[in-house]
Design a protein around this ligand. Sequence first.
Ligand SMILES: O=C(O)c1ccc[n+]([C@@H]2O[C@H](COP(=O)([O-])O)[C@@H](O)[C@H]2O)c1
Ligand SMILES: Cc1cc2nc[nH]c2cc1C
Length: 336
Amino acid sequence: MTSIEKKLQHKIDFKTKPLGALGILEKIAIQVATIQNTLSPSLQKPTIIVFAGDHGVANDGLSAYPQEVTYQMVMNFLAGGAAINVFAKQHNITLKIVDAGVNHDFEPHPNLVDAKIAKGTQSFLREKAMTEAQLEACFQQGKEIVNAVANTGCNVIGFGEMGIANTSSAAMIMSYCCKIPIEKCVGRGTGINDLQLENKIAKLKMASEFHGTITDPIEILRTFGGFEITQIVGAMLTAFEKNMLILVDGFIASSAFLVAFRIKDEIMKNAVFCHQSQEQGHKQMLAFMKADSLLQLNMRLGEGTGCAVAFPIIESSINFLNEMASFESAGISNKE
Ligand SMILES: O=C(O)c1ccc[n+]([C@@H]2O[C@H](COP(=O)([O-])O)[C@@H](O)[C@H]2O)c1
Ligand SMILES: Cc1cc2nc[nH]c2cc1C
């Protein structure tokens, strides 16, 4: 234990509660306070950024929904009608939408960041999803977007995504980064049936055979990633440099974190895994990183919704640390 962790443990242990009685909330309080190197941490300007991008593989029958749902959902985010809008509003979280590479021309909108790399990636069933220049551009965009958010005073940032077929990208990234056979990484995504799942597994197995061994995490990302996933990797690495608390959402956002973790493993110190998605594969991906998730609500939506619903729990952790009385201040007898 570092000296700040010892001081925090001491502060927590003298709160008016049985030792350890706030469980995981105590762990989160220590994590956030240690990141901020203070006994009185705070959550400033919480922000969720939803990165949207289209995928070349969307036209290969890997999703239950057609590609145009990506841009239609971006319009929904901008109109305030999506689940993430509702939850972000409920918890006073600022929401930003990023066009990382959607196959649509959007009109300028005050809540839409134009970071479009191209109108979708190439299909990794036949070639690398993106060029080196596109990958670099994604990292640059992710960095600039987070720097701008950091300049607003934000110190807690969640990452969400939207992109039809991106569970296929995430499954490939997981399989390559964790060296786990692809069939254990593939799930039903938006809700494909048994036959579609068989087809998804067969196609992704073929992709593994086509591309062969790749070990460098950045090359894995370039081969299988989406523009939204890749921008999230750059964004998470920058959020770590800025010493922000990083809220990780479901399966796809976690696959971006996995790449960031392979690039810089200290990033784990700043991460909270908000929920375990229902997408098969997420549980094992989290286990690979030795990460525990805060919630398990059988959600599989993406958009950063897991970050938004977990946020009040993180707030409770900070509030008990800052506001609860101690045995001494409340005049309550401590245990013998
Ligand atoms: O966050 C998750 O764990 C999650 C699990 C399954 C599906 N999704 C969302 O559904 C879309 C991808 O599913 P699919 O079937 O098109 O690959 C994409 O827009 C994601 O945000 C998200
Ligand atoms: C409707 C819809 C909303 C979503 N939000 C994130 N992924 C999604 C996928 C679909 C299909």
